[in-house]
Ligand binder design. Structure first.
Ligand SMILES: [Zn+2]
Length: 236
């Protein structure tokens, strides 16, 4: 709160020319034009939002003399990672994690629904994988479980977790690109040998579980969905 007051006082005292480039009636956090008579959580001066509804300082605090080296200029469009480039979904997820990390709301981004609101559903699986990897590296496996648990408040059993590039599940580690052998099961009377093209995940029992993989046989152009339990990595 103290920082807010210091910032507000500095903004009020600043010459108009200094703050003018940052003045807008739109909140950069909820993307709405805010009516001063119904400003709600927004802090306004006149018709301009100076603190967004989630607490973001919309006027660069550094130009009014409040040092915040990490302040992020909302006027610069966030460089969306080029979808058309060679970036894999996983790499896109990693880029998003970096973004999320900078904004300190990884718990929010961990929720598939929230990620899905802002990014394509296909990216959600990559984000979740990247967030898990990041959490594990930073805080260990317990943090992953804690985040899984937390996310389950918003993610129910059987919610799809998206496709991941690699999964450790039930004492088995499989990656996209692995050469595998799949035993027959009730849906697939014949054994199948091929390469993993995707790994599908589902939330279940407060964990992200591997449910199935796509396997493409040599010479085929079709991915066959295969149950995780029937798959073993082929001997090299
Ligand atoms: Zn807002």
């Amino acid at each position: 709160m103290q920082v807010n007051e210091e910032y507000m006082a500095a903004v009020r005292q600043a010459p108009l020319g200094v703050i003018e480039p940052y003045l807008t009636s739109e909140c950069t956090e909820c993307d709405r034009v805010i009516d001063p008579s119904e400003s709600g959580e927004h802090v306004m001066i006149g018709a301009s939002v100076v603190i967004g509804c989630l607490g973001f300082f919309q006027i660069d605090p550094n130009v009014v003399g409040v040092s915040m080296p990490d302040w992020c200029d909302w006027r610069t469009p966030i460089a969306a990672e080029p979808v058309s480039g060679r970036l894999s979904l996983y790499e896109m997820g990693e880029a998003l994690v970096k973004f999320v990390e900078g904004h300190d709301f990884y718990d929010l981004a961990y929720s598939r629904q929230h990620v899905g609101l802002f990014y394509g559903q296909k990216v959600a699986g990559a984000v979740i994988t990247a967030v898990r990897t990041w959490l594990e590296a930073q805080y260990g496996a317990l943090a992953v479980r804690a985040a899984d648990f937390e996310s389950m408040m918003m993610i129910s059993d059987e919610a799809p977790g998206g496709h991941v590039p690699r999964m450790v599940w039930n004492d088995k580690t499989l990656s996209v690109g692995d050469q595998v052998h799949c035993e027959p099961d009730s849906d697939r009377p014949e054994a199948l040998d091929g390469v993993i093209t995707y790994i599908n995940t589902t939330f279940w029992g407060q964990e992200l579980c591997a449910t199935g993989v796509g396997v493409r046989a040599a010479g085929s152009s079709k991915d066959v969905p295969v149950d995780w339990y029937t798959v073993t990595r082929a001997k090299p």
